[in-house]
Design a protein around this ligand. Sequence first.
Ligand code: NAD
Ligand code: ZN
Ligand code: ZN
Length: 379
Amino acid sequence: MKAVVFHGPRTLSVDEVPNPRVEEPLDAVIRITTSNICGSDLHPYEGRSQLNEGMVLGHENMGIVEEVGAGVQRVKVGDRVSVPFNLACGTCRNCNDGWTSACLRANPSGQPGAGYGYPKMGPYWGGQAELLRVPWADFNLLNLPEGTEHESDFALLSDIFPTGYHGGELAMVSPGKNVVVFGAGPVGLMAAYSAMLRGAARVWVVDKAPDRLALASKIGATPINFSDADPKEVVMEATDGFGADCGVECVGFQAHDPSGDEHPELVLDNLVGVVRATGHIGVVGVYVSDDPGASNDMAKRGRVAFNYGAAFEKGISIKSGQCPVKRYNRELRDMILAGRANPSFIVSHDIALDDAPGAYQHFDARDAGWTKILLHPAA
Ligand SMILES: NC(=O)c1ccc[n+]([C@@H]2O[C@H](COP(=O)([O-])OP(=O)(O)OC[C@H]3O[C@@H](n4cnc5c(N)ncnc54)[C@H](O)[C@@H]3O)[C@@H](O)[C@H]2O)c1
Ligand SMILES: [Zn+2]
Ligand SMILES: [Zn+2]
């Protein structure tokens, strides 16, 4: 089959590789209809997270079931399915508690949590390819209505729509709350959109990319360009000095200032400053325990020196981590089906698999208009 293969930082190619096959009785093989490029793919792409050469990329996958193992009972050949980016066993203690993001059995390294085509997440190939092997298929796969309707909306169910929603869950967004979202990448836009779905009164979105901020405006959020204005001043003024109830971090360890210099503590400091006393912060932007490319020695060892003292004095709660996609994907699918959610407003490009290497370059450069790229291997 054809697949997007990682050969080293900024070196990808579309290669012929062996077809994945059913290896275990509970496996399925999926023919991919859509696989997205994610901001998380840029961490190995830029060499900031170590990934083995030869890995097939892609953790945001959907498609049609091509083959199932002898033990698969629920999912049938021909089913249209969304594949959560968390690869989980379904029977360990964390899976039983709904934390598929911290599955204790799927990652052979012993680290909690596994995924497709991603650093530290196990040996599993990704789905930026014609075919994908899905272990524990009955547990992991979400069924979708047959056909091709809502393809771009459903494509966001494997990661970023649930992840944005999870950011709101961690930040305890509920009806009437004032919410500030840092980052207007795909995840930040999904967090802002989810905050609206959850009934927020006002939502601010902070970034410096005008095209991304324009999408935030389009869904009724208030954009703040941090190159022009101090986000804290804007939100404090709009809330009579009270601050936002909820803050969602959708930037991660490569947070930077307007000139592009990285400061891994910058967004966390901003959030602690702008969220009211006893408010809540949800962190879905990724932070890492080792980052040889970090801008300071502490951050190289995953130690991020933000103002925890102020967070404590204000009694702010902070929750973080990977999204357990299965907690939300069924309900978010049903909101799409009912016409209550159309997350695909962020999709900027639908392209063939062969065009993936060029698309990575544009997305990595945050070139204007390259917000979210969907690859269609069957096209
Ligand atoms: N927790 C999860 O389960 C999960 C899932 C998917 C992605 N992620 C992570 O979420 C983060 C965002 O993903 P994405 O796809 O939107 O990536 P992205 O890189 O496209 O978006 C990040 C945005 O943050 C902006 N930014 C940088 N510094 C900033 C600052 N100081 N203030 C405000 N905005 C700033 C950038 O301009 C960019 O638009 C990444 O860290 C990604 O790895 C986490
Ligand atoms: Zn992703
Ligand atoms: Zn498990």
